[in-house]
Design a protein around this ligand. Structure first.
Ligand SMILES: Nc1ncnc2c1ncn2[C@@H]1O[C@H](COP(=O)(O)OP(=O)(O)OP(=O)(O)O)[C@@H](O)[C@H]1O
Length: 257
């Protein structure tokens, strides 16, 4: 496809993301004397420490692309994804996204005391489906998740599920809808091999339906199987952005050092 025909879905322009930790006390400020000083000068509550997690990231993602986000622990992958989803503010620069990006993570909100089936209904309504659509899709979502493969788990509270079962149900709910931009944070890694194959196939379908998929994963296999482009983040900066095989090769030799 020529560049002019490609439709941008997410644009990051020199984006910086900074966490502010209020009330954090430095290692050299724990002595009784410095505690007394803070009480006398009343400076305790104004103690703010900053973590500059993403530092000047720029990229353009296009419709139909599946982009893998890789990098060492703490390199800023999840932070960037949360900012694309609009859940974290950008301190400097900007991130623009088409439609409402949906973040699908292992921590997506579910009601643990409600049954899996009820969570499917609520999740679908929250994604904007009509009650009639929810009724029609509910069974196929439960079937896709495979939680009923070993008995009728869909009618049991979510707190009785293993972490893998919960993650599978979350993925099944989010994948039931067509997304302009779907952001997946490690969710594929939690399922077993059979579920992973099924979810990877669904990610490929979502791409065909013209959405853009971002996948954060430490599994090179998942990235290879799903993405044709990879963004490699290191210490909050983009180290490489290009075709999957090329970037993974560079990343592998960096990790071996
Ligand atoms: N809620 C938070 N408050 C303060 N700092 C945070 C918070 N979440 C993340 N950080 C910091 O931001 C940086 C990037 O973290 P992030 O979770 O985005 O990395 P990651 O690449 O997703 O890591 P991993 O591969 O371990 O999941 C780290 O230095 C981390 O300590």
């Amino acid at each position: 496809m020529a560049d002019s025909e490609k439709i941008p879905t997410v644009v990051a322009d020199d984006a910086h993301i900074v966490y502010k930790i209020v009330g954090a006390i430095g290692a050299n400020q724990t002595s009784p004397l410095s505690a007394l000083k803070r009480i006398v000068t009343k400076t305790n509550s104004t103690n703010v420490r900053e973590v500059h997690a993403v530092k000047g990231v720029s990229f353009v993602a296009y419709r139909g692309e599946a982009i893998g986000l890789i990098g060492s622990n703490g390199s800023g992958k999840s932070t960037l994804l949360r900012a694309v989803a609009g859940l974290l503010p950008v301190a400097k620069g900007a991130i623009y996204a088409a439609g409402q990006p949906s973040l699908l993570g292992v921590n997506a909100a579910m009601m643990n005391d409600l049954s899996g089936e009820r969570n499917v209904e609520l999740g679908c309504l929250a994604m904007g489906m009509t009650p009639a659509e929810v009724k029609e899709r509910k069974q196929s979502i439960i079937d896709f998740s495979g939680i009923n493969e070993r008995g009728d788990f869909a009618s049991l509270p979510m707190r009785t599920y293993s972490s893998g079962m919960g993650a599978r149900l979350r993925f099944a709910i989010a994948a039931a809808k067509k997304h302009d931009v779907l952001l997946i944070d490690e969710a594929l890694a939690t399922g077993d091999a059979k579920f992973r194959r099924r979810s990877e196939a669904r990610v490929r379908e979502l791409r065909k339906e013209a959405g853009t998929v971002f996948l954060v994963s430490h599994s090179e296999q998942s990235i290879r199987d799903t993405c044709e482009r990879v963004l490699w983040l290191e210490s909050g900066e983009i180290r490489a952005d290009g075709p999957t095989e090329e970037v993974l090769k560079e990343y592998e030799s960096y990790m071996k050092k």
